[in-house]
Write a protein that binds this ligand. Structure first.
Ligand code: FRU
Length: 309
């Protein structure tokens, strides 16, 4: 009986400390540094964070946009530290230049959640993201099956100084290993559709026969499609991408532009859930790996198919 009363009082105390009264200031401030807002996937990540945070009046989130500039993102971290935020979420542009400022903030006792693109080393609280190597490998295997084990492929790579770019590349090469698939052209499109389109124009000019384009994100696959369409060659080849937003990659699959796209979840909701756990003093895993799906013309109406664990 007494135990129950103590438990009820403890629960009430926890509730009162965690939930501000209407009009009261939130208890915790989270600083969120986004590497850019020029790409739909990142706009979606911020929207996911905002939506998840809205359900928790005890936190407020300050969003900053680095506009794809490492130095600006370094400055964000310093500003957050100076402002005394309670926790930092960062989706970094590149690994090397952001490793040190992340480590510095973490070293000052501010928990740091690294989202999507990794930094180097382990001086942060938690990393959240999908397994890019696995996605690249799955894409390689899927493409090998589609092409019956042979063909000429163009690979449009993401920024190769970011870990997702490196992992989607090495995973893909593993996935097509042992087949007769030949990567006839590869280029770094730095995650940007206009670059992808330009690189694809070069590939089309050099190679009269291309069977498929592997774009390391959906904007790349779409940029390549536009280049091939302008050259009157889009019907002769297939296009595969990664990200799988409903309004982007999934829509391209529905429209028949992409043969497949692989989901790359933003992790926005999971970042807020993890932030709350950290702020409440709970222990969280060092790494949270998010699952991914493949969307194809056959399975898109059924919500895609999960990649095996
Ligand atoms: C957006 C983006 C996504 C990609 C992710 C990788 O900036 O390029 O398209 O999946 O970053 O970090």
């Amino acid at each position: 009986m007494i135990q129950r009363a103590v438990l009820a009082l403890a629960t009430l105390a926890l509730f009162l400390t965690a939930t501000p009264l209407p009009g009261q200031a939130p208890r915790w401030t989270i600083g969120m540094s986004q590497c850019n807002l020029g790409e739909p996937w990142r706009v979606q990540m911020n929207a996911d964070i905002k939506k998840a945070a809205e359900g928790h009046p005890e936190i407020s989130v300050i969003f900053k946009d680095a506009q794809n500039d490492n130095l600006r993102q370094v400055a964000h971290l310093e500003e957050f530290v100076r402002a005394g935020v309670n926790l930092i979420i960062i989706s970094p542009k590149e690994a090397a230049p952001l490793t040190r400022p992340v480590a510095d903030a973490y070293g000052k006792g501010i928990p740091v959640i690294v989202l999507d693109r990794k930094v180097l080393g382990d001086r942060y609280t938690c990393f959240i993201g999908a397994d890019n190597k696995k996605i690249g490998r799955a894409a390689g295997r899927w493409i090998a099956t589609l092409l019956g084990g042979k063909g000429k492929v163009v690979e449009l790579k993401g920024l190769m100084t970011s870990i997702p770019g490196q992992d989607r590349h090495s995973g893909f090469r593993e996935g097509i290993k042992g087949t007769q698939i030949e990567v006839v052209f590869e280029a770094d499109m730095k995650w940007l559709e206009p670059n992808a389109r330009k690189e694809m124009e070069s590939a089309l000019a050099r190679f009269p026969s291309i069977d498929l384009v592997y774009g390391q994100n959906d904007p790349a696959a779409h940029g390549a499609y536009l280049a091939a369409k302008a050259a009157g060659r889009a019907d002769a080849m297939a296009f595969v991408g990664i990200d799988g937003l409903p309004q982007e990659g999934q829509m391209y699959v529905r429209q028949g532009i992409l043969s497949a796209c692989f989901e790359y979840p933003t992790g926005g909701r999971e970042a807020i859930e993890t932030a709350l756990s950290i702020l409440q003093g709970k222990t969280v895993p060092r790494e949270i790996t998010l699952p991914s799906r493949v969307y194809t013309r056959d399975n898109i109406t059924k919500g895609g198919e999960w990649l095996p664990e």
